[in-house]
Design a protein around this ligand. Structure first.
Ligand code: ZN
Length: 178
């Protein structure tokens, strides 16, 4: 028996195939049957879905930028943001402190740095690789910091100086406390 695939028209008026009925396989599933086959397709075809996702990404980037500027220009909001970044650190380690010294290298808990990195990735809609190039540090180092591995003070300093949005003292006040 040959099953005839159902078809439908893409809901997006701008669809390159707006006038034609397309097979359901051109749509992502909105609802599936228990066996995993499509019960109900999404309203827009896969092509239009992808375009919409890209424009959502654009919108998100604009949103992140606006939010960043608002926060940075408002001393109270900025203070709260800094507090948020440091919070994870305290929550995990209890007391802010330099973790340990190894061959003269100062290692820091990566949590505040990782939080800052994620924030910058969102703000600039960039990748860790892109940031690594911009900061002049290895992308592997940044990735490991994101995973929670201790990060070298020198790496943090380089990144903060390159971005120039936040001071080391603000992110790691423990370094300046007696
Ligand atoms: Zn379409």
């Amino acid at each position: 028996m040959v099953t005839i695939e159902p078809t439908k028209v893409c809901a997006n008026a701008e669809c390159p195939r707006a006038a034609e009925r397309q097979p359901w396989s051109n749509f992502h599933a909105k609802v599936k049957w228990e066996d995993g086959t499509m019960r109900q397709p999404q309203s827009r075809c896969k092509t239009c879905h992808a375009v919409a996702s890209n424009s959502n990404r654009e919108a998100k980037r604009r949103y992140d930028r606006r939010r960043y500027r608002r926060t940075r220009n408002d001393p109270e909001a900025w203070a709260r943001r800094l507090e948020d970044m440091r919070f994870q650190y305290r929550a995990r380690r209890g007391v802010a402190r330099v973790n340990r010294r190894q061959y003269g290298t100062v290692l820091l808990d990566s949590a505040p740095f990782a939080d800052w990195l994620r924030w910058i990735v969102g703000r600039d809609d960039t990748s860790i690789k892109g940031l690594a190039v911009r900061f002049g540090v290895g992308d592997k180092t940044l990735r490991e910091a994101l995973k929670g591995r201790d990060v070298e003070l020198a790496t943090v300093e380089r990144a903060l100086i390159a971005d120039d949005t936040i001071a080391l003292r603000e992110l790691y006040p423990c370094l300046y406390e007696g």
